[in-house]
Design a protein around this ligand. Structure first.
Ligand code: HEC
Ligand code: HEC
Length: 204
């Protein structure tokens, strides 16, 4: 990690801390005032963008997210699963019904991802690996679907969360581990960077 990265991490941590404080202060009030999916989503906007297209890089975009995947994620966070840094605290403020309302709101938003710096050769390898090992569940190059969103997702977020799967800190989706193992067996230590650069190379 370079000095610039460390500096930007430090800034990011400060930003996150302030946003948590703001979000926690805002949360219950927003819930009482207008319990619709859109009103509930205002609390999320500071980190995930107004309509779920976050400005990154470690805040995942949630616009267009499949409602089933969204609700499963929120429930997992509420139960302190998936090794969250923040979302466990966020998720505890909401009921199942409110998860549903937010899920439908975000599912209706178009994901507007931003261009990300990526290595074109690595991304090309990633495209092959994806087609072979991931496309079956993450259809259309990983666009939002019932296995979540990979295409256009923030690369640092993908890196963290893949690391969590591999470290046993996030439960593997059924049958996914085998495929990640197969990609690593095929490509070695470049497999995950290649896949991440492929997903990051797609923006819409
Ligand atoms: C303070 C910043 C912050 C706020 C506010 C916030 N989030 Fe998050 N969210 C994150 C981070 C960071 C992650 C990655 C997991 C983690 O580290 O907690 C995340 C992850 C998620 C994910 C999983 C995305 C995926 O691809 O699996 C969902 C869904 C989500 N947040 C929904 C929400 C909703 C809904 C709200 C508002 C009620 C909200 N978040 C408010 C920072 C935030
Ligand atoms: C058998 C189906 C299946 C295969 C094959 C599969 N996945 Fe997944 N993957 C899923 C499902 C379902 C989810 C969402 C469930 C969850 O959040 O736990 C998911 C989630 C993910 C996530 C987390 C997304 C997020 O928003 O947090 C990443 C990253 C990921 N997969 C990468 C891959 C890669 C890379 C491959 C190929 C090497 C792959 N997957 C192959 C089913 C699969």
């Amino acid at each position: 990690m370079g000095v610039d990265d460390m500096k930007s991490n430090e800034i990011m941590n400060k930003v996150i801390r302030n946003l948590i404080l703001a979000a926690l202060a805002l949360g219950p009030a927003a819930v009482l005032a207008a319990p619709s999916g859109q009103a509930l989503s205002f609390t999320c906007a500071g980190c995930h963008g107004t309509d779920g297209s976050s400005v990154g890089p470690s805040m995942p975009a949630i616009a267009g997210m499949d409602p089933g995947v969204f609700i499963d994620a929120m429930k997992a966070y509420r139960e302190d699963q998936r090794n969250p840094t923040i979302m466990n605290r966020m998720a505890k403020a909401y009921t199942d019904e409110q998860f549903k309302e937010m899920a439908w709101f975000f599912a209706g938003q178009r994901l507007r991802s931003m261009p990300q710096k990526h290595d074109a050769a690595l991304a090309a390898r990633g495209a092959d690996l994806h087609k072979k090992h991931c496309e079956k569940c993450h259809e259309k190059g990983g666009r939002p679907g019932d296995a979540g969103t990979l295409a256009g997702q923030w690369m640092p977020y993908l890196e963290y969360t893949l690391g969590d799967f591999l470290d046993g800190k996030r439960e593997w989706p059924r049958k996914m581990k085998r495929k990640v193992d197969a990609a690593v067996a095929e490509e070695g230590k470049n497999a995950l960077p290649a896949l991440i650069h492929y997903y990051g190379s797609q923006h819409q």
